[in-house]
Design a protein around this ligand. Structure first.
Ligand SMILES: *[C@@H]1O[C@H](CO)[C@@H](O)[C@H](O)[C@H]1NC(C)=O
Ligand SMILES: *[C@@H]1O[C@H](CO)[C@@H](O)[C@H](O)[C@H]1NC(C)=O
Ligand SMILES: *[C@@H]1O[C@H](CO)[C@@H](O)[C@H](O)[C@H]1NC(C)=O
Ligand SMILES: *[C@@H]1O[C@H](CO)[C@@H](O)[C@H](O)[C@H]1NC(C)=O
Length: 493
């Protein structure tokens, strides 16, 4: 995904920090929670981590420094549980600062709180600036990341005299997928998992390629069918200009810095425009946020009000994407290739190092062949076939995606013999229908949040929260307390 805001943009360009996909985070914005929420006093630390968990004699014969954040301010030492966030595709601070619910829960349940950064993201770069060279990038896999977390938990428990403390993992989006996988792969280490907005089915090739942009569209259409029509109409006008090769007019209509000169540039423009809607749908929170860029409260509503505020549809579309890319109002023109980078994830990879890492993951294990088609969605047809993905990935990274591997490795939809996982999803979130929406057993519990966007439940309590998320958090808290209690019983016998 992309973000918005000139300040953030410059920050990203200079610090090479990015933001990506499902979930990703990518900006160190403070959460805008209420003032009485517990404020964690995290210490930033580094863990000497094994480079290659699966080969004793290779390039990975060594260690790297993996960053994590920890606070014991709520912990009943040696007894309270450990709440461990399985970091995803971005700087770990961004997740820690935007997952206030986990802190609230730690305060309530006297837990030790740890947020661990995913290898190859943020400051956890195994080979420094060479991390994204070939072959150095090769140690970026889901399996290595999970092994990192299992080793870190095991060692920290020893070091902190916490071996009697049950561990519960938390994650949002790709981080939620990792939480699920931790419980599947290391049930000896992890007593349960809260997986918020984790698209474990679609990313394992068990989805429908039209689903994502259909669900983005539904958010805008549900606010107002006229909004959907206006967006579709604006794209149609753009297409007409493109067919006439009236590039000068396209430049003025969309306030572009450079005049487009090819169908490739128009394709880039379409991707840039579509991505703004993706972000506003995902981040459709009831209050303003600084999570993946700056978003106003209810961005879908703001977008539709903007879209329907003028008769010139293309100008309306330009203003609407400005909510995302021009949130500070300081951008004089849009630099298409700087603001949006096309990659192996059609929902966006962000910019900077983090976007390289996510692109590589989208080129290897994580499947995201989402397409728009202008039939089930309001966007121009932008196919992204497996064949296109293969060609791109071979060229960019010298790899071929391994279709079906995540499904084989992490059980696909045959999860029945697993236990102690909460799959929470928000009905406003375009990722939701790529995840588990119905409970599979009494301990594989789906929680659907009617007015929730992308892992709203993980965010701090806020006076603007809809009832549905307040109830979801209560239920999650009860289930987690129960897991901890049962795990303690098991350990004591
Ligand atoms: C592995 O590490 C050991 C100890 O640092 C070193 O002696 C050895 O040469 C390394 N092997 C490879 C293949 O890098
Ligand atoms: C709609 O346009 C009017 C007049 O240009 C402006 O004052 C108002 O802020 C606009 N509303 C939105 C939601 O953009
Ligand atoms: C960004 O917002 C400002 C303030 O509303 C506006 O003047 C400017 O034209 C916008 N830039 C673009 C590229 O739309
Ligand atoms: C989308 O479909 C409509 C109706 O079939 C068509 O008129 C329009 O040109 C299409 N738009 C694009 C951008 O392809």
């Amino acid at each position: 995904m992309s973000f918005g805001g000139l300040v953030l943009l410059l920050f990203l360009l200079f610090l090479c920090k990015a933001d990506c996909v499902p979930a990703g985070v990518r900006n160190n914005g403070q959460s805008s929670g209420s003032n009485d929420e517990p404020k964690p006093d995290f210490k930033e630390k580094y863990f000497s981590q094994i480079l290659d968990h699966f080969n004793y004699n290779s390039m990975g014969n060594g260690t790297y420094l993996q960053r994590y954040l920890i606070t014991d301010q709520y912990w009943k030492k040696g007894h309270g549980p450990i709440f461990f966030y399985t970091g995803n595709e971005g700087d770990i601070w961004a997740f820690a600062l935007n997952s206030g619910f986990i802190t609230e829960l730690a305060a309530e349940q006297s837990a030790l709180l740890i947020f661990a950064e995913h290898r190859y993201y943020g400051k956890s770069l195994p080979f420094g600036k060479d991390s994204f060279n070939i072959p150095e990038v090769g140690l970026l896999t889901v399996e290595q990341a999970l092994a990192d977390y299992a080793v870190m938990i095991t060692d920290l428990r020893k070091e902190l005299n916490a071996e009697a403390c049950p561990v519960v993992v938390f994650g949002g989006s790709y981080g939620g997928m990792l939480s699920v996988y931790m419980r599947l792969r290391y049930p000896n280490v992890v007593a349960g998992a809260l997986a918020a907005s984790a698209p474990i089915l679609s990313t394992a090739g068990m989805g429908d390629s039209a689903q994502f942009f259909r669900d983005v569209t539904a958010d805008f259409e549900n606010y107002s069918p006229a909004c959907r029509d206006a967006v579709e109409g604006a794209f149609q006008k753009l297409q007409t200009l493109a067919q006439l090769q009236d590039y000068a007019r396209i430049k003025t209509e969309f306030a572009l810095c450079k005049t487009p000169s090819s169908s490739q540039d128009v394709h880039q423009l379409n991707g840039f425009l579509r991505n703004a809607f993706t972000l506003m749908a995902m981040l459709d929170y009831p209050y303003s946020t600084e999570f993946m860029g700056n978003m106003p409260a209810h961005p879908v509503k703001v977008a539709c009000d903007t879209m329907l505020n003028r008769t010139d549809l293309m100008a309306a579309l330009r203003d609407t994407v400005g909510i995302v890319y021009n949130s500070t109002g300081g951008m004089t023109c849009f630099d298409l290739y700087a603001l949006y980078v096309e990659c192996a994830d059609p929902t966006g990879c962000g910019l900077g190092f983090d976007s390289l890492a996510w692109d590589y993951q989208a080129c290897t294990e994580i499947e995201m062949c989402f397409e728009s088609n202008n039939v089930t969605d309001m966007f121009p047809p932008m196919p992204f076939t497996e064949q296109q993905r293969q060609q791109y990935c071979a060229r960019r990274w010298g790899v071929l995606p391994r279709l079906g591997w995540l499904k084989t490795q992490f059980w696909g939809d045959s999860l029945l013999t697993a236990s102690n996982i909460i799959f929470s999803n928000g009905n406003l979130d375009p990722w939701a229908n790529g995840g588990i929406r119905k409970s599979l057993s009494s301990s594989l519990i789906a929680i659907n949040i009617a007015e929730g966007a992308h892992h709203l439940d993980l965010r701090a309590s806020n006076p603007s929260d809809p009832d549905s998320v307040v109830k979801a958090r209560q239920k999650e808290a009860e289930i987690i307390a129960q897991w901890v209690k049962l795990e303690r019983l098991k350990m004591s016998t």
